[in-house]
Design a protein around this ligand. Structure first.
Ligand SMILES: [Fe+2]
Ligand SMILES: [Fe+2]
Length: 185
């Protein structure tokens, strides 16, 4: 009886462990799929530019939404927040840190400061009723701010940093950045 109970208990424990392992495996596959477009876009700066473009597409969808569909707005805002949150994690944990190591401290601090205001917009837009007529104008204001930030990164500061790095360093930070991205993917 006791040994039967033990054996059943063990079977259940093994089954539960297998379930957890399968769950983890599924989650890893999902994370890899989320990070894949960034990995496939190539070098860190091209990868970040691809994420900028993807975020702007989400802004397009939000801007096309109507005051009468607050549910859709909430879902799209959540998707945008997740995409930009992961993006900022990659930039802050790897790219901006490397910028400071390369002497571009002021640039990195400036970009990091702007990320604080990106979070501010997300907070305000989350708090506001999505059917409020002032909601979309706030989204447009947010987009103008973030597009300017993206332009600064893509057209000025990222090329400056890429030029400072050897091929080996560029490859290294591309890998490090994707590793950070996977954590939040
Ligand atoms: Fe940024
Ligand atoms: Fe960026």
């Amino acid at each position: 009886m006791t040994s039967e109970t033990n054996s059943t208990g063990r079977t259940i424990a093994i089954g539960a462990a297998a379930g957890v392992a399968a769950g983890l495996a599924v989650n890893l596959v999902r994370k890899a799929a989320v990070q894949a477009p960034t990995v496939m876009a190539g070098n860190w700066d091209e990868a970040l530019a691809a994420e900028h473009a993807a975020a702007l597409k989400l802004f397009d969808l939000i801007e096309a939404s109507d005051d009468s569909d607050p549910g859709r707005r909430a879902v799209l805002l959540m998707q945008l927040k997740h995409a930009i949150g992961k993006h900022a994690f990659q930039e802050e944990n790897v790219v901006y840190a490397m910028m400071r190591d390369q002497g571009l401290t002021e640039a990195a601090d400036h970009l990091n400061h702007e990320h604080g205001y990106v979070k501010q917009y997300f907070f305000d837009l989350t708090e506001m009723p999505k059917s409020d007529p002032a909601w979309l104008p706030k989204v447009k204001e947010f987009r103008a701010m973030i597009e300017q930030h993206m332009r600064e990164e893509e057209d000025d500061l990222f090329p400056k940093m890429r030029a400072k790095l050897s091929d080996k360093q560029n490859k290294h930070i591309t890998r490090a950045m994707n590793k950070e991205g996977l954590k939040l993917a």
